[in-house]
Structures are given as structure tokens and as C-alpha cells.
Design a protein around this ligand. Structure first.
Ligand SMILES: Nc1ncnc2c1ncn2[C@@H]1O[C@H](COP(=O)(O)OP(=O)(O)OP(=O)(O)O)[C@@H](O)[C@H]1O
Ligand SMILES: [Mg+2]
Length: 249
């Protein structure tokens, strides 16, 4: 469904994404993990048309999309959420979600009805008439998810929707993400909350300093020495193995 081939992007002298490739199959939940500054959000911006790749190709449903504008990519059924959520604080939750719905629906009444339907999917039905500015972090994350869903995506890119949530909120949102996938939406997610990565992902990619350093099931990649080193520093995998032997593990 999504094919990213050898994509690169630099900002001045900084190579943020370097020759990165990934594939997302229809119906799957795929995760993209990696240390801070690895280039994950930049890769999302490249896929969703907010940035143009310096090199490489991106295909969605068989159509080349590199070079298209975000609204054109959204019309094709590919939408992202933002890591830093910025709802219209003076508008209600319903009106904020309707902003997403308006990408496909011109009429105001229909867009507001669509907003209410989507709110039910994300557990926001009781908050519809609250101003978005009154929401907690968890509420704002759900609103961002709902706004994206209202565009009727086939592929949804989620950038750290679990960040800043407590354990109960994470558990609930894991359920919401799974429900969205079960409703037929394919998902690619960036996530630091490993519980969510482990519970949700069919497949995981690991980006480090702009390069894709590992791929596989979440269990496979979290055990890979190069991934342990990327997170904990050079030599960490060997040190952990030695410590494990000393403990008789
Ligand atoms: N618009 C920009 N201009 C200049 N540098 C940028 C820009 N956007 C990102 N960068 C740099 O590119 C690198 C990758 O950033 P990116 O936000 O993609 O990382 P990330 O993997 O999403 O990190 P995090 O987990 O902290 O969100 C960082 O060094 C960042 O400072
Ligand atoms: Mg990021």
C-alpha cells in the first residue's frame, strides 16, 4: 500500500533522512521507532507531502506521490497526525473534527455529523461540545486522531499519539488504535512508548541518524544488537550480554 524507496532529505549540512526505505502492507499496523532526532517525523513529513525528498521515490496504492502537496495526498487517502498538536482552542471538539471532515464534505451540517460519528470511534462522544482548549493532553491526542480520521484515510500516520499519557490512557488508546485498524484503516505509527509498539505492531522499522538500521517483528528488532546500541550507545549490547552471563541469566 505504501512503498518508500531510498528516500533522503537534508537540512543544510544535516542529513536528517538518508536512503531510507520501508513498506506498509494493507491492513497492517507498522511502527517506526528510533532515538530522538533519528529522522522519524521528517520521514512522515516526506511521505505526507509536507517536505519534498532530495532523492528517492514514494508510492501510495501504486501512485507516485513524491512532489504532491499534502492536500492532494490527503485526497488520495493518506493523512498524518502532528507530534505537537495544535487544535483551534476556541472551537468545540465537534468543530475541530469537522475541519478534517471538510476535506471531503462541503456542507457544514454533514461535516458536523461526520465529526460526531468519528468522535464515537475515538471515545470523544461526550466531549463534542467542549472547547478544544479545555481538553487534557490525552483529550488533545484523541482529538488529533479524530481530526485525521475524519478525512477518511486508507492509511493513517500517527506521530507519537501516546506521548505524555498515563498508563491507563495508554491502555485505552491502544484499544482505540486497534479498533481503527479493525475498521479497515492501515496504520503507520511513530512511538516511543514501547508497550504500544509491542502490543500493536505487526512489523517494526528502526531509524537511527537518518538510516534504517533494522526491521522485523517488534520482538526481533528490540533484541537486535544494533538497535540496543542505537538507544544505549556503542558497546551496550556486549555489556548487557556480559552482565547477563555474570547474573547467570
Ligand atoms: N525543518 C527543519 N530544519 C532543520 N533541521 C530540522 C528540521 N526538522 C528536523 N530537523 C532536524 O532533523 C533531525 C531529525 O529530526 P526529526 O524531528 O525528524 O527526528 P525524530 O526522529 O522525529 O525525533 P523525536 O523522537 O525527538 O521526535 C534532527 O536533528 C532535527 O533537529
Ligand atoms: Mg519526531
Amino acid at each position: 500500500m505504501l512503498e518508500v524507496r531510498n528516500v533522503s532529505k537534508s537540512f543544510g549540512g544535516l542529513q536528517a533522512v538518508s536512503n531510507a526505505s520501508l513498506v506498509v502492507e494493507r491492513g497492517c499496523i507498522v511502527s517506526l521507532i528510533g532515538p530522538n532526532g533519528a529522522g522519524k517525523t521528517t520521514l512522515f513529513a516526506l511521505i505526507s507531502g509536507f517536505l519534498k525528498p532530495d532523492a528517492g521515490n514514494i508510492g501510495f496504492d501504486g501512485t507516485p506521490i513524491s512532489g504532491l502537496r499534502p492536500h492532494q495526498i490527503c485526497r488520495l487517502g493518506l493523512v498524518r497526525t502532528f507530534q505537537v498538536v495544535q487544535p483551534f482552542v476556541n472551537l468545540s471538539v465537534r468543530e475541530n473534527i469537522a475541519v478534517g471532515a471538510h476535506t471531503r464534505i462541503a456542507g457544514r451540517r454533514e461535516a458536523l455529523e461526520k465529526a460526531a460519528d468519528v468522535a464515537a470511534l475515538t471515545g470523544m462522544e461526550k466531549m463534542l461540545d467542549q472547547p478544544a482548549g479545555a481538553l487534557t493532553i490525552a483529550g488533545r491526542k484523541r482529538l488529533e486522531l479524530a481530526r485525521a480520521l475524519a478525512t477518511e484515510p486508507k492509511l493513517l500516520l500517527l506521530d507519537e499519539v501516546m506521548a505524555g499519557l498515563n498508563a491507563t490512557e495508554v491502555r485505552e488508546l491502544i484499544g482505540v488504535v486497534r479498533d481503527i485498524r479493525n475498521a479497515g484503516v492501515t496504520i503507520l505509527l511513530i512511538e516511543h512508548v514501547m508497550q504500544a509498539v509491542m502490543k500493536l505492531s505487526d512489523y517494526t522499522y528502526v531509524l537511527n541518524q537518518g538510516e534504517m538500521i533494522a526491521r522485523g517483528t517488534p520482538e526481533e528488532v528490540t533484541c537486535a544488537p544494533e538497535v540496543v546500541e542505537a538507544y544505549l550507545g556503542h558497546g551496550a549490547a556486549a555489556r548487557i550480554a556480559i552482565a547477563g552471563e555474570a547474573d547467570g541469566v
